[in-house]
Design a protein around this ligand. Structure first.
Ligand code: ADE
Length: 211
């Protein structure tokens, strides 16, 4: 899967994408991320990415043409692309949506909006899939892009040690513990439940189910 990130702050995403699971997925050739800075697609000498909204109102709106040019370049580099636009009014993202995208597309192009929005002609022209990652308002589309990349990538075969269905059907501990077995904090002792130290896997599964 190749992800294309169209943003005015593309560099803000790289430290997370270069960590842990996503880094390993990239190294294994199971995913790739390409960045497109909207500013690089402006035509004026000040590299202006936004302007005042028609009809008045607060804030600035990201202009359509630089975004359309960036998306065009991303589409040229894609095989079977989906263009995603982030908005709190979009379809709720879920594991089901992640699986559909993983199974149907080779490339996902994320348009990360900012400020008071993006010129409405972008979504009209591109017929984007409009996605929300939850019932709250964020300042931009960069975090939703990271959320989708993480959720989709971990479902790609070969990314996790086990298949994702195996991973997710494991009795994952709701309350996990690690070493040390006991420690004292503010004069009180805290120990790992006895059963988890017993080595008896049937009992451990039973305990986790109950908890
Ligand atoms: N942009 C602003 N808020 C958002 C949200 N909750 N999900 C997706 N995009 C957004």
């Amino acid at each position: 899967m190749t992800y294309h990130i169209i943003s005015i702050f593309p560099e803000s995403l790289s430290s997370y994408l270069d960590s842990s699971l996503l880094k390993r997925a990239k190294e294994k050739g199971l995913m790739n991320v390409l960045f497109y800075n909207i500013r690089d697609y402006t035509k004026d000498k000040h590299n202006k990415v936004d302007d005042r909204p028609y009809g008045g109102g607060p804030g600035m709106v990201l202009s359509a043409l630089p975004i359309l040019s960036a998306v065009e370049e991303a589409i040229e580099k894609s095989e079977k692309p989906l263009v995603v636009f982030f908005t709190p009014h979009g379809e709720q993202f879920s594991n089901t949506v992640a699986d559909e995208i993983k199974d149907e597309y080779t490339d996902v192009i994320f348009i990360c909006g900012h400020y008071e929005g993006v010129d409405a002609r972008v979504t009209q022209i591109l017929k984007t899939k409009n996605v929300s990652i939850g019932p709250y308002v964020l300042t931009g589309g960069e975090l939703p892009a990271l959320v989708m990349i993480d959720a989709i990538t971990r479902r790609i075969s070969g990314v996790l040690g086990n298949d994702v269905s195996v991973e997710e059907s494991r009795i994952a501990p709701k309350d996990p513990y690690t070493r040390p077995e006991c420690f004292t904090y503010k004069e009180k002792e805290y120990c790992v439940p006895e059963v988890l130290r017993s080595g008896d896997h049937a009992k451990i599964d039973e305990f986790r189910k109950e908890n």
